[in-house]
Design a protein around this ligand. Structure first.
Ligand SMILES: [Zn+2]
Length: 366
């Protein structure tokens, strides 16, 4: 049975970037924002197919049902229901013996195993599970998976590679992170944090561009008067980070906080940190950052448009976006300065601009 790695954090904090980077490690299979994507059959997987038609996800759904005896939609509704912020108190205080906890644990384990076994098949077909453009081979029809389910770590068939040790879900919802920390001792949580002014910058850019603002799973499109929306955005930054601290209390050694600015400014140093935390080799990730090679994105769902490109380039320049009126930056700082000190950002109103990393070597260099 694979172990879960869960990425939590606010939107626009770099979770798609971290997901793409870690998904290129040999032992990690990343699937994007699992909870938001697993029930959207018409939305596109990063392979270009809809979630409904993607052979990878079709195989995952069939394996899940064969293994658990449950409908996929049952997994969708229970996973989504638990991950909603309104389920935070129930997840915080609920006893481990509650039926909803044991059922969601069984579902989560069956989903993870179905993903890992499917990844092993794809990997066998393409040579690397992260460069998974190959369709699931037909000999691994769902019936075949069901007959060998008794031995989870070796049920991937004679022609398959060993399933990946970890499955990475970057759904971001802090309530799901709390579930993992409280009830699934083998799981690990990476909490991504970004300076609130940078997040406002991103919100402002999207409001001006007409993309709107997402809040509690809904999208709002104010034509003007962005102030109240940006105020709410800062409030959710505060709430999300305080709740992450609360969740962390249930497993300090299984929780790692990573700041977006540190990934941009010192990617190798942060990869080293994450490698030590997870205990899985990330040499491939380091190599791609150093050489400027793109990261391949396999069958990711639920995230933003970046994953649809099929590959992802680590580009620190993207983090420098301007245009936010100063009054909003000051508002964010006034609301968050005690936390900014606590989280190591110091007293700066404007987030630290990380130094540009050295350019990758050109092919002719020795
Ligand atoms: Zn796909």
């Amino acid at each position: 049975m694979p172990e879960w790695i869960y990425v939590a954090g606010r939107g626009h904090s770099g979770s798609t970037m971290l997901d793409a980077m870690l998904g290129n490690a040999p032992e990690i299979e990343s699937v994007g924002e699992l909870v938001s994507g697993m029930g959207r059959y018409e939305e596109r997987c990063s392979c270009g197919e809809t979630f409904d038609a993607c052979p990878y996800w079709s195989a995952v759904r069939e394996r899940f049902t064969a293994r658990s005896g449950r409908a996929w939609d049952d997994a969708v509704s229970r996973s989504k229901g638990q991950a909603h912020i309104k389920a935070f108190p129930g997840t915080l205080f609920g006893a481990a013996s509650k039926p909803w906890v044991t059922e969601l644990l069984a579902i989560t384990e069956a989903v993870g195993t179905a993903i890992a076994d499917t990844a092993a098949d794809v990997s066998q077909g393409s040579g690397s599970h992260s460069a998974s453009e190959t369709a699931v081979p037909p000999e691994h029809a769902p019936g075949a998976a069901a007959s060998t389910d008794a031995a989870p770590s070796s049920d991937a068939g004679p022609n398959s590679e060993a399933p990946p040790r970890y499955v990475l879900d970057s759904s971001k919802e802090i309530t799901r992170a709390l579930f993992f920390l409280r009830f699934l001792p083998s799981s690990r949580v990476i909490h991504l944090m970004r300076h609130p002014v940078s997040i406002l910058q991103s919100d402002y850019y999207r409001l001006k561009g007409g993309t709107g603002f997402k809040f509690l799973r809904r999208r709002y499109h104010p034509k003007r008067l962005f102030g109240p929306v940006l105020f709410v955005s800062v409030l959710t930054w505060i709430t999300g980070n305080l709740l992450s601290d609360l969740a962390r209390a249930f497993g300090r050694e299984r929780f790692l906080r990573v700041r977006y600015e540190d990934i941009i400014g010192d990617p190798i140093g942060q990869i080293d940190r994450i490698e030590a935390f997870l205990g899985t080799p990330l040499g491939e990730v380091r190599e791609r950052v150093r050489s400027g090679r793109s990261f391949s994105v396999g069958h990711n769902i639920g995230g933003n448009h970046m994953r649809l490109a099929g590959e992802f380039l680590f580009d620190p320049g993207k983090s420098r976006r301007g245009g936010l009126p100063v009054r909003f930056a000051v508002m964010a700082w006034l609301m968050t300065w005690p936390l900014l000190f606590a989280y190591g950002y110091g007293g700066r109103i404007v987030p630290p601009v990380p130094p540009a990393p050295p350019a990758p070597p050109t092919p002719g260099d020795s």
